[in-house]
Each structure stands twice: as C-alpha cells, then as structure tokens.
Design a protein around this ligand. Structure first.
Ligand SMILES: Nc1ncnc2c1ncn2[C@@H]1O[C@H](COP(=O)(O)OP(=O)(O)OP(=O)(O)O)[C@@H](O)[C@H]1O
Length: 211
C-alpha cells in the first residue's frame, strides 16, 4: 500500500508549489491512472510516491513505513527491492546489452546474477523479445525497448509498479502488450500506478486519480 498524506512539493528555486495538499491511497491489487492537465504535477506525484523525490511536507507511507524517517541509503534500498519503474522513453542504458539492462537492478539488491539472468531471459521471452543476449538497445525498436523496460521493472517482482506515460511512444500493438502486463500485475496483487493521457490505459484501470 502507498499512502500519501497532506503532500506539498516545491522544486528547489521554484516560486510556487507543484503539489499542495495532496492525499492519495494506492492499494495492492488495484491499477490507478493519475490524470490531469499538462504541468499539473502528475509525474512529480509519481516520483514522490516512488520515493525518488522527498516531499517538502507531508508523508509518504510505503507498506506501513514512514519513508520520511529513512536515510537516503535506506530509501534507495527500499526503491530497489519494493518498486519497479517504467518511463515513457524506456530509458535503457545504451552502453550495456539488453540482458544487462534487465538485470542491472539485481546488483543493487545484492541478488545472485545467474538467477537474475534466468528470470530476465524468461521475462524477455514472455514479452516476445527474441534477441541475442549481446544485443544493444540501439538495435531494438521503440516497442521492444518498452517491453525490455517492463522486464527490468518486473525482474524483482515488485510490490509497487509505477509507470510514467508508458504507452506514450508506442504503436497500438506494443501499447496493448504494456497495458495487459500492467493489468496482469495488478490482478496478481501488485500496486500499479500509471501517469497517463491514454484512454486505453485509463479504461484498463480500476480507478482514476485526477490532479
Ligand atoms: N526538476 C524540476 N525542477 C523544477 N521544476 C520542475 C522540475 N520538474 C518539473 N518541474 C515543474 O513542475 C511542474 C509539474 O511537472 P510534472 O512533469 O510533474 O507535470 P505533469 O502533470 O506530469 O506534466 P506532463 O503531463 O506535461 O508530463 C511543471 O510546471 C514543471 O515545469
């Protein structure tokens, strides 16, 4: 469960708050769309919920832990263990192979690499990414890159899966793969939160949180 209470967020040097008095609960097994006009702070809310950004005021409670009380190192460990993130542009590391991109987070968690590689290969197959393990991100299409990013996010079976416009750059077929994967994770008990303008994503969600 992700619980956000009386959240205020001000970017450094900004004249006004991006988020003010925001309260939200994102529950396990539910898929929520965060919607609203451009610039309203949807991505900022997602990054605060994913403990990438510290709120200026208010609380972010993750599975009963008040994350405001944690050190940066503890927050980073919690992020690596409990969260999966998917971004609009896939954000793969172009210098590393596809397989290494998917398994990278295992290093932060201290997971054994052979097991992580086996799981990564299974996920890539499941999402229809058939590539040599030495393939580099520049050799894959945008749709494949986003499927690879999904595999990376799912590698550790995260409790919380957060996605920022994950279908923004995709054709209909790849968008459907991403939407079905997010829905399946929610059905399996994961908290899924998606910032989106895509009506097909919103239709797949259990509820809409409008900013
Ligand atoms: N790193 C930053 N430093 C300062 N201001 C920022 C930063 N990132 C975002 N902002 C500002 O915060 C506000 C909210 O941005 P955010 O990206 O969260 O909105 P959004 O609702 O996701 O927008 P969009 O739908 O266009 O992606 C915007 O005014 C933006 O310019």
């Amino acid at each position: 469960m992700l619980r956000i209470t009386d959240l205020r967020f001000v970017y450094p040097r900004a004249k006004s708050a991006t988020l003010e008095a925001v309260n939200a609960v994102f529950e396990p097994g539910r898929m929520t769309a965060i919607t609203g006009p451009s610039g309203r702070g949807k991505s900022t809310l997602l990054y605060v919920a994913g403990i990438m950004l510290r709120p200026t005021a208010g609380q972010v409670i993750v599975d009963d832990v008040d994350t405001g009380l944690l050190s940066d190192a503890s927050r980073a460990r919690m992020r690596a263990k409990a969260f999966g993130f998917v971004f609009q542009d896939a954000a793969l590391d172009s210098t590393r192979t596809v397989l290494d991109n998917v398994t990278e987070s295992a290093l932060y968690r201290g997971d054994a690499l052979p097991g992580a590689r086996r799981r990564a290969t299974e996920l890539l197959e499941m999402f229809g990414v058939e590539l040599r393990s030495s393939a580099k991100p520049h050799q894959v299409s945008g749709g494949q890159a986003q499927r690879i990013a999904l595999c990376r996010a799912l590698l550790a079976d995260p409790h919380h899966l957060l996605a920022d416009e994950p279908t923004g750059n995709l054709d209909a077929a790849s968008a459907a793969v991403v939407i079905n994967a997010l829905r399946a994770r929610a059905n399996a008990g994961t908290t899924v939160v998606v910032v989106t303008h895509d009506p097909n994503v919103i239709a797949a969600c259990d509820r809409e949180f409008e900013l």
